[in-house]
Structures are given as C-alpha cells and as structure tokens.
Design a protein around this ligand. Structure first.
Ligand code: AMP
Ligand code: MG
Length: 412
C-alpha cells in the first residue's frame, strides 16, 4: 500500500534535523538561518542626531519669525564638540550629524529663510523636533536577530551596523546526485539509438542550488549492481543522496536492492501521489537517501514536494512549504487517479483577480507542461474533478510571480 503524502512528508521531516552551526562571513549570510541569538552591542542610534538637513537650535530662542545668528557647522562625520550653541544662535547641521550640547530641536532647512549669517524661522519649533534620539531604534542588549531567523538584506545591514563580520548559521547540506540507467548519456554527447540524455542530474542539481544547498554530481551509473554500489557508496558520504530512476518495478530497477545491501534502512517506497508515486526514502547513518523516478517531470515534482522541504529544514528554515496564492479556476481540473494529484498550472492576472488553469497535458511525459507552469495545484485523492469557478490554492514556483506593470496614468 502506498503511503499517504502527509505521512511520507512527516516521516521525512522527522529525520531532517537542522545541521550543525558554522561561522559564516557577512557577505555570505543572505539566505542562511541564524543559529544564535544576536543582541545589539550598543544602543542605536549611538548618539542623538539630526533627522534633516537644517539648523540645530534651542527651543527657548525659537518663536515664529525669530532670527538667529548661525554659529558653526556640523556636517555628518564630525563630533558634536565641533560646534557650540549660545543663546540666540543656531548651528547649521546635516542629516545624521550629532546634536550639539544645549540644542533640543532641529529646524529643517525648508522651514527657514537664511543667508550665510542668519536664519529666520518660519514656523513654531517643538522640543525634540527632527531629532533621532540615542537608543530610539534599539537598546543595548536587545535581541534583534533570534536563532531561526532568516538573513535577508535587512539582517545583513543590521549585523554590519553592529560591526560584526561573521555570524553562526546552520550548515548547508551537501547533496550528492546520481542518475542511473543503461540508456543514459551525459549532455554534450550525441545519443545513439535508444539512448537518452541525462537531464535529471542537472535539474536536480539546479533545484538543490535554488534552496541554497550544495550539489555534487556523481554522474551516471549503469543498471548493474557493481556500478551502482560504487557510486552509491560515494553518495553515502553526503548529507543527502538523491538517485534518479531505477526505482520502479522494472527488471533492472536495482537501486533499492543495492541500497539495502549497503545497509540503508528503507523507510518507505511508493507514496499515494501522481506523478512521482514510486519514490523511496531510506537512511544510512546520518545520510538521507531519496530515490526518485526517472521520468523528468516525476523527478522534479518528487524533489519539489518531498525533498525540498527536508533540505530547507536541515538548513534551519522554519518556513519550508511553498507560498500559495488563492486563484479562481478558469477551466475544470481533473484528478481521477485516486491519488493526491499534483497538477502543473498557469496563473493569469485579470481585472477580477487571479485565475488559474492547467498548464497543458498533464501526462508525466510532458516536459513542456512543466516549462509552461508557474505552480502546482494539489487535488486530494477523493477529489475527482474541480469545476471552473472554484477557488483553489496555488503553490507558486517563483518568489515573484507577476510581471511589472507601470501604474496607469490618467490621459491628458
Ligand atoms: P525509470 O524510472 O528508470 O523507469 O525511467 C523512466 C523514464 O525516465 C525513462 O523513459 C527513462 O529513460 C527516463 N529517464 C531516466 N533517467 C533519466 C535521466 N537521468 N534524465 C532524463 N530522463 C531519464
Ligand atoms: Mg530505468
């Protein structure tokens, strides 16, 4: 009996613990997950500073139309002691420059009229106006990045602002990829009669790299036990071994046999999904082993639905399931397999919102449908058919799903 998809995924994730932490440089942190809490080493901003280009003033001197003499200039990058304010005077100040002692407000230049010697205030000035106070952004000791958080450009900015050059993040898994099959030749080589080009090694490696993990090619193994044994034992040194093909019930499908002989423990073979049903999951020591069917579409969908979440979890990610959008079906979707059906779909933006429809022939042999697809709709085993008009959840392949459209401008 094929395992239900949810059980298969749960079983995989139960064995996909985050890897050990490693120290990584600032420039390589984006996309990684913090393995430590990071506190602000000092208050930010570090000193009271000006939010605007303008004049630092004492509010006691300020009333509308007051005229102050300009006494000093504070560009960004100099200490506050470079200027002193006396009663009846103002200091020319640039954004980010420290507020000089005695000043309690900044007047933006656009709220004044001034020449080189005098500034006239056009508006009322309140205590604290246009000052960014020390510690108003964050306090010393405040946890700003907690373990488990994704390093995005903003977190990288923060770490650099803390003057930290490195951080501890979860290690990226090394993932070995092995294609199997007597019929396979590598890309670049002209296939003889009946030979097929090994495209799966490359799509699997690409999918691995898209997660941020490291992919290692093990090449092609012929469908015989000796060839498979050698490559599989090399692959067992990796954190994850993915084998493609030779896992169905054909005569030459030796992968499971060889894995078994190598001491791998099979946790499941066959999941109640289509495509990618004949997929196997095994463990050898700390290595997770996935054997995916050889059909290119099946291998990609098996990776997407079962392997990708495991890789992300091993890298420390908590968010491991693809983002979905809700869209309205513009044509019926069929299942009729009695299995969880992953359908490749296209999403279209309309005036009424998002609509979705099949991306083409759903036969697993149709690579072109995968190329046209922007995402996946999963129909449960008990759902034979979904009618046009139904609202469905679409798992999007890409982070940016839609093209830029300039704002419509009124006609002149
Ligand atoms: P199998 O899972 O061995 O039954 O293979 C199913 C189909 O996928 C066959 O048509 C194979 O020729 C094809 N196939 C197997 N391995 C690859 C590969 N690495 N790249 C592209 N197609 C493959
Ligand atoms: Mg085969």
């Amino acid at each position: 009996m094929a395992l239900a998809f949810e059980q298969a995924l749960r079983l995989i994730l139960a064995h996909a613990a985050p890897l050990a932490a490693e120290d990584v440089e600032l420039d390589h942190l984006v996309g990684r997950i913090a393995a430590e809490d990071i506190a602000a080493p000092y208050a930010m901003p570090r000193w009271d500073n000006s939010e605007m280009d303008g004049f630092a003033v004492r509010t006691a001197d300020c009333h509308p139309f007051a005229e102050l003499s300009i006494n000093g200039y504070l560009p960004a990058g100099v200490g506050a002691e470079q200027a002193r304010v006396q009663p009846g005077t103002a200091v020319r100040i640039m954004t980010g420059a420290p507020i000089p002692d005695g000043c309690d407000a900044v007047v933006p230049v656009e709220n004044t009229a001034h020449d080189n010697e005098h500034v006239m205030l056009k508006q009322r000035v309140g205590v604290g106006d246009y000052i960014r106070f020390r510690g108003s952004d964050m306090q010393a000791g405040e946890i700003m990045i907690s373990a488990g958080k994704l390093f995005r450009p903003a977190e990288v900015n923060l770490l650099a602002a803390f003057s930290r050059l490195r951080a501890k993040v979860y290690r990226r898994p090394r993932i070995a990829i092995l294609s199997t099959g007597d019929e396979l030749v590598p890309p670049g080589q002209t296939p003889g009669p009946g030979q097929i080009i090994d495209s799966n090694s490359y799509s699997l490696a690409a999918a691995v790299r898209e997660t941020g993990a490291e992919a290692v090619h093990l090449g092609i193994a012929k469908d015989n036990a000796a060839a498979l044994r050698a490559r599989i034992s090399a692959g067992l040194q990796a954190d994850i071994l993915i084998t493609s093909a030779g896992v169905s019930s054909g005569d030459r499908d030796l992968v499971r046999e060889v894995l078994n002989a190598a001491g791998a423990r099979l946790l499941f073979w066959k999941v109640n999904i289509k495509p990618s049903g004949p997929v196997a999951f095994a463990l050898k020591g700390k290595t997770l082993i996935f054997s995916v069917p050889g059909n290119p579409v099946s291998s990609m969908i098996a990776f997407d639905q079962l392997i990708r979440p495991a890789i992300l979890q091993m890298m420390g990610h908590e968010k491991i399931i693809r983002k979905t959008v809700t869209a309205k079906l513009s044509a019926p979707l069929l299942n009729e397999t009695g299995k969880l059906r992953f359908l490749r779909v296209r999403v279209v933006e309309t005036e009424q919102g998002l609509t979705v429809a099949s991306a083409g022939d759903q036969n697993t042999g149709m690579l072109s449908t995968m190329i046209r697809a922007q995402g996946i709709v999963a129909l449960p085993p008990e759902c034979d058919r979904l009618e046009a008009g139904a609202q469905v959840e679409v798992q999007l392949f890409d982070a940016c799903a839609f093209a830029y459209r300039p704002f419509e401008r009124p006609e002149r």
